[in-house]
Design a protein around this ligand. Structure first.
Ligand code: THU
Length: 160
């Protein structure tokens, strides 16, 4: 038996004001997208914006349904929009932010497992890493070099 540690490098910016300007613009788009969240059940808004290699920015927000399992995460909304509307582009970065109407979140929030798997499929398909920027309503911004680093020991289609 041997024990190994699988680590993840995270760059931590103390606040959004410290971000490089292109990252700040992307995070501001994700923050704008919070306004398009339909989340009357959870009152938890999520905004996600992607930067494409053609310079285009697309945004999405979570869309809930009275039949709860039908809820769509913000990441799923925007990543599906990319493959439907810009099928031949690659995603350079994704910025994700949240707003809980019931409590102030002063730290980055990580995507759910299903969204990690979905974004990982895109990363594999396009063959280049997607940088991930995470932010709460306020506070620090975490930046990871790839979706893979959010999903160690990941499952991919190579064995199917
Ligand atoms: N949600 C997202 O949009 N992305 C995630 O990665 C986690 C959860 C949404 C789904 C639901 O509308 C609300 O947040 C509460 O789970």
């Amino acid at each position: 038996m041997k024990k190994v540690t699988i680590g993840t490098d995270v760059r931590i910016y103390e606040s959004r004001e410290e971000l490089p300007s292109d990252d700040l613009i992307l995070m501001e788009k994700a923050t704008e997208a919070l306004g398009k969240s339909h989340s009357p059940y959870s009152r938890f808004r999520v905004g996600a914006s992607v930067l494409l290699d053609n310079g285009e920015i697309l945004s999405g927000a979570n869309q809930e349904n009275a039949s709860y399992p039908l809820c769509l995460c913000a990441e799923m909304v925007v990543f599906s929009a990319v493959s439907s509307q810009f099928p031949n582009t690659t995603i350079k970065k994704v910025a994700i932010t949240v707003k809980n109407e019931k409590l102030h979140i002063n730290m980055p929030v990580s995507p759910c497992g299903a969204c990690r798997q979905t974004m990982f499929e895109f990363e594999n398909r396009q063959g280049s890493p997607i940088e991930v920027l995470l932010m709460g309503e306020t506070g620090a911004v975490y930046i990871l070099d790839s979706v893979k680093s959010l999903l160690p020991l990941s499952f991919d289609g190579s064995l199917l």
